[in-house]
Ligand binder design. Sequence first.
Ligand code: GLN
Length: 229
Amino acid sequence: MCRHLAWLGRPRSVASLVLEPPSSLLVQSWAPRRQRYGTVNADGWGVGFFAPGRAEPVRWRSARPLWADPSFASVAPVLESGCVVAAVRSATVGMPLEESAAAPFTDGRWLLSHNGRVDRAALPPVRDAESTVDSALLAALVFSRGPDRLGDTVREVAAADPAARLNLLAADGTRLLATTWGDTLSALVTAEGTALASEPWDDDPAWTDVPDRSLVEVTPDGLTVTPLT
Ligand code: GLN
């Protein structure tokens, strides 16, 4: 995925996160402001979120550009959640173009998105990947190691593939975990909740940039950033 975001806090509409801000993921799908790799994110999109009374998240993904999905745009204003992960995709060269290659990937109560690339040959064998895309293999590895060990898994993969870019974003309904390793990530802490995003979706001066090679944890109590190296 080339641009992703997550929200943990007071329930809000998926549209207010993904479609409505001036530099929303929708706008980032054709005009990202801080993207270092790729120029448009038109190879699919995905939204995963937690709904009341369900332990496991629900997802809506597509292999089409986000701007080409008027049905999603019509429903998104009434989809409300306090924990959301969303992404728009710019496929890495050679990777499959299919819905199952779009983040967020899932396992049980976890959602996970990957902005970056990794040499698939450098990854240990994994089971139950949703697609052959590098990001799905990486997601399966993170799930098998345990998302609580996200920092260790990123260090392990980076050691096996020093050219890997490993910005990951995970959520289980009660907290967010993220890494920066080669690409941008910003955070917005408000009274209503906390957002993490590949780039700010508006010009609010409260957005802060997360340093490269960091592990981020967001809980209802706030945000912590730990160096990864
Ligand atoms: N490598 C992933 C893919 O092909 C993610 C690409 C990206 O972050 N631009 O989908």
